[in-house]
Design a protein around this ligand. Structure first.
Ligand code: WQD
Length: 359
């Protein structure tokens, strides 16, 4: 059985990356991180605010380089400097609305960045990869709960989702042509929550459109009201259904995937990381209000372009093959996000001047 010691994490200063690094350090991996701060907060000394907090939580250190995956030479030099056993690739831009406005930016950043990474990995005989994929690649589901063998790539409604799909297709082609590749794609559902310490959380610097930060911004008084997109979907209460998963469950899912790659050569395998439970927007809002005691005034408006009615996972395959299951409840997702938000009203930023913006 191979032994992985050193894990290279791209986009590790971001929301899911920083939480995953906590679990990697707790599992005694050596962690090398790159980030270009396109969607994460840097400090005046060029360090990552989130990673500094990760080190505080774990009492361990990471090696950090500010590096853009589009800078192939810088990336190559890092692989020359370190013996890297495995890569976890988070680095991507992911604002759905923005991806429709700037498709070239998204194709260049997400696809060329991935190509550079794969070329540099191959040049250094590093074939172990965990890829941050998304349930978006399923498009409008034909059946629910959705399993990994559902068609992918059909009627994806946004450019961001297409970049994730195209990358999974690339990975299928390279793992077919070179059997040394050992790849797991993790298809996330809707990541929410924060580390229970409240030290790290979701703090996008780019425009965000996803619901949990918006709910928290309304609850803390930075935004006046939540707009719920669509109240007449064919669901229990007319609002959209999603599979919300705690970011710490996602984090342990990545460690489980690393261990699987280490145990058995995969070539290419995909796993849903979800809870298996569909939750409506109204259920989410009511749960948030119940556990936090904070009011979230809302208005129901017309549907958002590109939204699907419902999406939730069949998570059995990850349970069987990765020995991983989501453990956190919706209540814990809400209370942990709220602890992060109330301890850090302006995210990682030190003052009011740079409030979190939204799409
Ligand atoms: C959730 C629900 C909205 C905002 C996104 C990405 C996807 C994946 C998961 C990474 C929907 C409703 C939202 C608001 C609302 N990310 N909503 N008011 O669109 O399911 O998926 O996150 O892999 O790739 O696209 O997430 O949080 O935007 O929406 O009513 O202000 O909340 O209609 O029903 P989505 P979301």
């Amino acid at each position: 059985m191979a032994q992985f010691e050193t894990v290279f994490v791209t986009g590790g200063a971001g929301y899911i990356g920083s939480h995953t690094i906590v679990e990697l350090l707790n599992a005694n991996y050596e962690v090398i991180v790159i980030d270009n701060f396109v969607n994460s907060v840097d400090e005046p000394n060029g360090e990552s605010a989130a990673l500094r907090r990760v080190e505080k939580i774990t009492g361990k250190t990471v090696t950090f380089y500010k590096c853009d995956l589009l800078d192939r030479t810088a990336l190559f030099d890092i692989f020359e400097k370190h013996k890297i056993d495995c890569v976890i690739h988070f680095a991507a831009i992911k604002a759905v609305g923005e991806s429709m406005e700037y498709p070239l930016l998204y194709y260049k950043n997400n696809l060329i960045g991935m190509l550079n990474l794969l070329e540099v990995m191959e040049r250094h005989e590093c074939y172990q990869l965990v890829f941050s994929s998304s349930c978006t690649i399923y498009g409008e589901p034909k059946q629910l709960p959705i399993t990994e063998d559902h068609e992918i790539g059909g009627n994806i409604t946004n450019v961001y989702g297409k970049t994730k799909y195209f990358i999974e297709e690339m990975l299928a082609d390279i793992s077919h042509s070179n059997k040394k590749w050992n790849i797991i794609c993790l298809r996330y559902f809707n990541p929410v929550g924060a580390h229970p310490s409240g030290e790290i959380g979701e703090d996008p610097t780019k425009a965000f459109s996803n619901i949990m930060p918006y709910i928290a911004q309304v609850a803390i008084g930075h935004k006046p009201i939540l707009t719920i997109f669509g109240g007449d979907y064919n669901t229990s209460d007319g609002t959209g259904v999603r599979d919300y998963i705690h970011v710490m469950d996602l984090a342990t899912g990545h460690v489980a995937a690393l261990r699987k790659l280490c145990r058995e050569h995969q070539h290419l395998k995909a796993y849903n990381l979800g809870t298996g439970r569909g939750v409506t927007v109204l259920e989410l809002v009511k749960t948030f209000e119940k556990v936090t005691g904070a009011a979230v005034p809302f208005r129901i408006m017309e549907k958002r372009e590109g939204d699907i009615t419902a999406m939730f996972a069949n998570a059995d395959l990850a349970d069987q093959e990765l020995e991983w299951k989501a453990k956190h409840t919706l209540e814990e997702m809400c209370i942990d996000f709220w602890r992060w938000q109330t301890k850090n009203p302006y995210g990682y930023r030190p003052n009011k001047s740079s409030k979190i913006t939204n799409g």
